[in-house]
Design a protein around this ligand. Structure first.
Ligand SMILES: [Fe+2]
Length: 283
């Protein structure tokens, strides 16, 4: 059993400021860190899938680094459209959080029961993704190296979402990624962020889990092309639970009161007795 917790789109700004004068993104991230540190058992890894900061620079990345520093579990990072991969590499040099080299700024994680390929969809000067021939060649070579079960982590969602402001980039940018995944059955799951809303879709045979944002959500109706609404609330951390053959993924809040409100504590009955009652006549 291996537990990977995903956070995404933390959009940290300079200390003392709010994102768009609205979202206290530092407080939202600090709360997510506290929830993860309280989890029992502890996750084996925390992956933060891009848009770590709103504007890349030393002050914002230092602020981000201070906020994630209390995490007990090891952390890995990805660049999003709001990040700068080269600055990110420099800021986290020697920490193991972002061991990526230019020009692709992609890397593999090999110390878990499944591999993680951390991809880079950043495209300088745009919020839209890019995945050119060098990044693609790296992906193909990395998958050729091993047939161990593999998770791919990337900031932008390489899938159709049904949400116009996400889908407006089209399908061409990830067509080659889809072709490579289709030829590699060891790819079990793709995780991403970017949309500031949580959705599950597919690419080739693999599910794609797009986690909601720690900074704020974007609320978009389906079937029209109105601008999305800004919802100043974070989501809970997402848990990707590796069960040896497959991942099971979902929202995984861990509020401080969880042990006080366990149903055995509240009822005064032992958990084994409660489970027997659940089984009922199936016993
Ligand atoms: Fe974002």
């Amino acid at each position: 059993m291996t537990l990977l917790v995903q956070l995404t789109d933390t959009h940290i700004v300079e200390p003392g400021h709010r994102l768009y004068n609205k979202a206290d993104t530092a407080a939202h991230l600090a709360d997510a860190v506290a929830q993860i540190n309280a989890m029992s058992p502890q996750p084996d890894r925390v992956m933060i899938t891009g848009d770590l900061v709103e504007h890349p620079g030393q002050e914002t990345y230092d602020h981000f680094a201070r906020l994630i520093e209390p995490l007990h579990a090891p952390v890995n990072l990805l660049p999003g459209n709001h990040d700068d991969p080269a600055i990110l590499r420099e800021q986290f040099d020697g920490t193991g959080c972002f061991p990526a080299e230019g020009p692709t700024y992609q890397y593999t994680i090999e110390d878990l029961p499944f591999r993680i390929l951390a991809l880079n969809s950043h495209y300088a000067g745009s919020e839209l993704p890019a995945f050119g021939p060098r990044r693609l060649a790296w992906l193909e070579a990395a998958l050729e190296e091993s047939d161990r079960p593999t998770m791919i982590a990337i900031h932008h969602p390489p899938m159709i979402t049904g949400v116009e402001f996400i889908d407006m980039v089209g399908v061409d940018w990830y067509a080659d990624i889809a072709r490579v995944i289709a030829a590699n059955s060891q790819v079990r799951l793709v995780i991403c962020g970017h949309g500031h809303t949580d959705l599950v879709g597919t690419i080739a045979h693999a599910p794609v889990y797009m986690a909601g944002s720690i900074a704020h959500q974007l609320v978009a109706a389906r079937g029209n092309d109105h601008a999305p609404g800004f919802d100043n609330r974070p989501v809970a951390p997402v848990l990707h639970h590796w069960l040896g053959e497959r991942f099971v993924s979902g929202s995984h809040p861990w509020p401080a009161w969880v042990d006080d409100h366990r149903i055995d504590t509240e009822s005064g009955l032992a958990w084994t007795e409660l489970k027997d009652r659940m089984r009922g006549s199936m016993r």
